[in-house]
Design a protein around this ligand. Structure first.
Ligand code: 0X9
Ligand code: CA
Ligand code: CA
Ligand code: ZN
Ligand code: CA
Length: 536
């Protein structure tokens, strides 16, 4: 009796523990289960230790490892190479995404020794792949009964929700950019597009966020381009999902042009269709909106094979015979993405202007410092700040434009409308310094957009730009503009300066505006700062 009870208790303890690893049915055995995926990536690392390094970006709700690989030469070292990110399996039932990520890993690792184009890409870039963001859903999706057994058509993660038996958050509605803004997600835990109780409420999205943020070094995001693999529909989607507007205030016209050209370039190579993600339907809190909206990463959703079938079973469970051909069909598009994604402006023919050592459209914080010497005298409200300039009229003339040169933001003195001395008018000194940048032996020009407007002024008012050598701290004046007795209105101009003397040095750009004249009114704006590539 006692023994029987003990055996029964043991039996319960064993069956209540973690379920045995789930697997695909024999007919779909070419798909990788989570266990097989882990075994595969470990085998690839073991066979290619010089260029493949596995790591974890964190744990799922149920404690599974979210596996990632870095692929590069000198893989253990963080080199100054453009970084790329791929991920798959936000949605549990979208198994072809895992196969696409494994295909990419194998293509890079196996091609390294035999294909000079692949070797060049791996040597010159740092490529990250996150194989299954949603491992709990991955396992669970292979554990159902019914006519489609073992498949569940599960989408969300496996995180419980307080006050209901409904499980799971849609990870692709849980990101913290315009979360819940626009009717593109559900507030109901039973919905397949449940956004979670707050942005970042899922451990899986937090892990991805923290990894991406960890790639901001010296104020600059190292990841330049990103693809998240989903199924299905054979689509290449660019941001935004939250709005149908093509170029909303939080996207520059230039970035939009680059998104369209780059997406079309990929689509031409795999036969997919390229469109804005909201053309499919509105989403809010989705990953690529956050990646671009906050990090300015050129981020795409690929909806993989098959084309739309209009049933979840047809859409997400194509027979495993399709895996090899459909993942390989994307090879040329992936190679193209890796070739040009370090700077998608290059696809627009803008490599010289926009793909140099520095290009800052000021739409996000890219590590500039305000008052770097601690000597600025202007009050806080009149110093440079990065923001949306409010239109200002002084002496019957527009002194502060109502628009940045690009996008929404510029560096602007006395950002708010009005000409109140010491508030909106500059009065005193304000200084900006860029992050330090390594110049090539023969650098291209410095160029920037500026507004320098003033009421009657004098040469004691000025806007000056220096290049500071990091090693010697020496500053060299490369451009300046002084006040005059006349009145100058607000208009955006382009300035350039030659940087040849600074070739090979690590330098920063120092920009200072001084309003020293007693009666002068002054406004300065700066946008679109570039250190160009030298002409080819
Ligand atoms: O709804 C999603 O999260 C994605 N489609 S899926 O069928 N894989 O679930 C689409 C994400 C891209 N964003 C928009 N279409 N707005
Ligand atoms: Ca490297
Ligand atoms: Ca790096
Ligand atoms: Zn999906
Ligand atoms: Ca701007």
């Amino acid at each position: 009796m006692f023994l029987g009870a003990a055996l029964a208790a043991l039996f319960i303890a064993l069956t209540a523990g973690p379920a045995a690893a789930a697997d695909f049915p024999a007919r779909d055995s070419r798909y990788h289960s989570f266990t097989e995926m882990v075994a595969e990536i470990k085998a690839v690392q073991a066979a290619n230790p010089g260029i493949v390094k596995l790591f974890s970006i964190g744990k799922s709700y149920q404690g599974r490892t979210i596996w990632a690989a870095k692929i590069s030469d000198n893989v253990a070292t963080d080199e100054a190479e453009p970084e790329f990110l791929f991920d798959s399996l936000h949605h549990a039932r979208e198994h072809m995404g895992v196969e696409q990520s494994l295909y990419l890993l194998n293509t890079l690792a196996k091609g390294y020794g035999s294909d000079s184009q692949i070797k060049e890409l791996v040597d010159s870039r740092e490529i990250y792949i996150i194989f299954a963001l949603n491992p709990d859903g991955f396992e669970y999706d292979l554990t159902c009964g019914g006519s489609h057994a073992p498949y569940c058509a599960w989408r969300k993660n496996r995180q419980p929700n307080a006050g209901t038996s409904a499980i799971g958050t849609d990870l692709n509605r849980n990101y913290g950019y315009r979360w819940a803004c626009c009717g593109g997600s559900s507030g109901s835990p039973s919905s397949i597009t449940y956004r979670g109780k707050a942005a970042w409420s899922a451990p899986e999205t937090r892990a991805l966020r923290d990894f991406v943020l960890s790639r901001v070094i010296g104020g600059r995001q190292q990841i330049k381009s990103h693809i998240t693999f989903h199924t299905n529909g054979k689509l290449i989607l660019w941001p935004y999902g939250y709005t149908k507007t093509d170029i909303p205030a939080d996207m520059t016209a230039l970035d939009h042009a680059a998104f369209v050209a780059f997406a079309k370039g990929m689509a031409a190579r795999n036969g997919y269709e390229a469109e804005q993600s909201s053309d499919l339907y509105i989403t809010d809190g989705d990953q690529i909106d956050w990646m671009y909206g906050t990090q300015r990463i050129f981020s795409f959703t690929w909806e993989l094979y098959p084309p739309e079938t209009s049933t979840v079973w047809g859409d997400h469970y194509p027979a495993d015979e399709n895996i090899a051909a459909q993942t390989a069909n994307n090879r040329a598009a992936l190679v193209y993405f890796l070739r040009f994604g370090w700077c998608p402006y290059s696809v627009l023919g803008r490599i010289q202007a926009d793909c140099g050592p520095l290009f800052d459209d000021t739409e996000i914080n890219r590590g500039w410092s305000l008052n770097p010497d601690g000597t600025d005298t202007a009050v806080a409200t009149s110093r440079f700040s990065r923001g949306d300039p409010e239109p200002t009229t002084q002496n019957g003339l527009r002194s502060q434009p109502d628009r940045a040169s690009s996008g929404r933001y510029a560096f602007v003195t006395g950002r708010l409308a009005g000409s109140t001395p010491n508030t909106n008018d500059l009065d005193g000194q304000t200084t900006l310094a860029s992050p330090f940048v390594q110049l090539p032996p023969v650098p291209g020009r410095l160029s920037f957009r500026y507004v320098y407007s003033h009421g009657p002024s004098s040469a004691s008012d000025y806007l000056k730009v220096w290049i500071e050598d990091e090693a010697t701290k020496a500053r060299t004046l490369v451009w300046s503009k002084a006040g005059t007795a006349g009145t100058i209105g607000a208009s955006w101009q382009t300035a350039t300066a030659v940087l040849t003397p600074f070739g090979g040095k690590r330098v920063r750009i120092v920009i200072r505006a001084v309003d020293a004249g007693p009666n002068s009114l002054m406004e300065v704006l700066i946008d679109d700062v570039r250190i160009e590539r030298p002409p080819a």
